[in-house]
Design a protein around this ligand. Structure first.
Ligand code: SAH
Length: 222
């Protein structure tokens, strides 16, 4: 895969600092995840007025009431996914496209679905600009999954859900992993859910978190 090399990148040192103080210091060890976050220019995924804050330890607004997740959250979710180079991954909630980029750096193919057309378009433009060619985009309700491209090795949901949307569970391969924040509108816990080779569900609760709500058929209504 082509990886842009911008030796003039003014944010390179900030990225190093972000990875050391926010990511590695909190226990993320996966070498390829750390590498992805060292390489991918997060400032390209935030609105211009927030560029200087792109490497800070918090989420930022990206318009339409949505946010780009805190860097640590992206790292923790990605590590929990146990990504491997040959994987095909489904992501729900493209948002800024930053998490998409981290995944696309690590795996063979990413299928990403976003509800808000303007966000999807913007993310698609940034990711194409950076040279990614292994990302498939869809605008619509991600709780329905992407049946034509299923099954997936991994599924990542980047918005808060009341329960695992049944279509996503169906579209996860046996032996696969689903990472999703489950709870109510005010707070959730990050779940790492395995589908055993026999098709059984095994939940692991990682830590408390607060995501914007998942909308659509199996999200929060209203
Ligand atoms: N990983 C993204 C997080 C974006 S926030 C980032 O770091 O930028 C979650 C996103 O999920 C929002 O953009 C929101 O519009 C989107 N979303 C909410 N419900 C959705 C649904 N049912 N299908 C697809 N996307 C959805």
């Amino acid at each position: 895969m082509k990886i842009w090399q911008d030796s003039e990148d003014p944010y390179k040192a900030k990225r190093e600092w972000m990875v050391e103080t926010q990511i590695r210091a909190r226990g993320i060890q996966h070498p390829r995840v750390l590498e992805a976050m060292r390489v991918i220019p997060r400032h390209r995924f935030v609105p211009p007025e927030f560029q200087d804050e792109a490497y800070e330890d918090y989420p930022l607004p990206i318009g339409h009431g949505q946010t780009i997740s805190q860097p640590y959250m992206v790292a923790a979710m990605t590590e929990a996914l146990e990504p491997e180079a040959h994987h095909r991954v489904l992501e729900i909630g493209t948002g800024s496209g930053y998490q998409t980029a981290v995944l696309a750096y690590l795996v063979r193919e990413v299928y990403t679905i976003e509800y808000v057309p303007e966000l999807a378009e913007r993310a698609q433009r940034v990711l194409a600009d950076l040279g990614f060619t292994n990302i498939h985009f869809r605008v619509g309700d991600g709780t329905l999954g992407w049946p034509e491209a299923a099954p997936f090795d991994r599924i990542l949901v980047a918005a808060a859900a009341p329960e695992v949307p049944p279509p996503l569970w169906e579209q996860l391969k046996p032996g696969g992993i689903l990472v999703i924040p489950l709870g109510d509108l005010w707070g959730q816990e990050l779940y790492k859910i395995r589908k055993t080779p026999e098709g059984e569900r095994v939940d692991e609760v990682l830590f408390p978190c607060a995501f914007v709500p998942l909308r659509g058929a199996y999200g929060f209504r209203g």
